[in-house]
Design a binder for this molecule. Structure first.
Ligand SMILES: [Mn+2]
Length: 403
């Protein structure tokens, strides 16, 4: 990864700090078991480092920007089991950060740094009330007594302007995640047969993406046959696929933490029934129409309103509703969201699109009583004058889904 990119991100972030403000970014911890390390996205975004148990501090004094990184010290006895830790010199080269110390120094240095501060931004302090305190919240609890006037805020609000606009390098990561996910989807469509289990299709996808070097999915795959597709977040994937059913896939592999998010719906027999085709055609028409509206300056709100208007027309045409305000019975989500390192990437629901933003467009119609659920989702980059469909090579035309 280009060091200049990392340096620019850190500078861009600190530039937004006011007097007496400071940012602390914790990396993920190494979980005990299952031992599955996934780096914190904000930490990865700012350091490029895939190491656990590190902390980044960003601040400024007058016009001088200050970056300090704290890393784990390698303990020979443990390195026998876990392998070598990166040295300070190696971390310096990978991250471009000059001031690096071991974690044992963190307490002392942060105590000094916070003395004259009034506000501290920290990553990941918003979690649900039902979970244990994470280490960020633990940290706040510890220092709150010592710095009673210090205010804490989540880092999202200042990272958001940076992370919503994707750099060229980020688009390349996303495109790769999308292309490889697409190959997996094509392979599923080719190999799926009536009578197979949903998880068999999941395994085909897993095989295709893993052998291309993408080691994890951005989110749990949804492989939903027939009526299961009407449950929006169905992820059991353990039903048998019936003879004339459609299968809805909502999947996305991640590459360097950038995640694809693609939905396709196809007939497992290789041929749509008449009714399936009717419903599918309506969703496809809406998917295409909304995609062509994407351009800088348009709001997610406008895209959502237009989608609802089109869905209402389609539902009336499909004889599912008479009164257009009943549309919520068959379409209950919004048309899209920001996409990036987080599958539902940071970026407000009412945001206005800018060049470099990536969003999903994913209209759907769900009819539980007919065991039909259709969603067609593409990943769209906002360009200078319009849009680029990053997932245009993944089949969605009826003739390409039938065989
Ligand atoms: Mn999505």
């Amino acid at each position: 990864m280009d060091l200049k990119l990392l340096i620019d991100r850190r500078k861009g972030l600190v530039k937004q700090l006011k007097e007496k403000e400071l940012i602390i970014v914790f990396s993920s911890s190494m979980p005990d078991y299952p031992r599955y390390f996934l780096q914190n996205n904000n930490f990865l975004y700012l350091t490029g480092l895939e190491i656990p148990n590190a902390v980044l501090i960003l601040s400024k004094e007058k016009e001088k920007q200050i970056f300090m990184l704290f890393i784990e010290r390698g303990i020979p006895k443990r390195e026998v089991w876990e392998g070598k830790k990166l040295t300070i010199e190696e971390v310096k080269q990978k991250s471009g950060i000059e001031k690096i110390s071991y974690l044992d120094e963190f307490d002392r240095i942060i105590s000094l740094a916070l003395l004259d501060k009034t506000k501290c931004f920290i990553n990941g302090i918003q979690t649900s009330i039902n979970t244990n305190l994470n280490k960020q919240q633990d940290f706040i609890k510890q220092i709150r007594d010592r710095f009673p006037k210090l205010q804490f805020d989540d880092i999202s609000e200042i990272v958001l302007p940076l992370r919503t606009i994707k750099e060229k390098w980020e688009i390349i990561q996303l495109q790769k995640a999308i292309d490889i996910t697409g190959n997996g989807i094509k392979s599923i469509i080719k190999k799926a047969k009536p009578g197979m289990m949903e998880y068999e299709l999941e395994a085909i996808l897993q095989f295709e993406v893993t052998r291309k070097g993408l080691r994890h999915m951005g989110f749990k795959s949804i492989i939903a046959a027939g009526g299961n597709a009407a449950t929006l977040h169905y992820e059991q994937n353990n039903s048998r696929i019936g003879k004339d059913e459609m299968v809805l896939l909502d999947v996305g592999a991640a590459h360097n933490n950038y995640s694809a998010d693609i939905s396709r719906t196809f007939p497992v027999s290789g041929k749509f029934t008449k009714r399936q085709k009717e419903v599918y055609s309506e969703v496809l028409k809406i998917n295409k129409k909304i995609i062509t509206m994407v351009k800088p300056g348009i709001g997610m709100k406008e895209l959502n309103e237009k989608t609802v208007e089109l869905i209402q027309k389609s539902l009336i045409k499909l004889k599912l509703i008479k009164d257009k305000k009943d549309y919520r019975k068959y379409y209950m989500h919004s048309v899209g969201h920001h996409l990036g390192m987080d599958t539902h990437d940071i970026g407000a629901r009412n945001s206005v699109l800018k060049m470099g933003t990536v969003i999903t467009i994913e209209p759907g119609i769900y009819i539980p009583e007919e065991k039909i659920g259709v969603r067609i989702e593409d990943d769209i980059l906002v360009t200078k004058t319009g849009y680029k469909n990053l997932s245009k090579n993944i089949p969605k035309e009826i003739k390409d889904l039938e065989r």
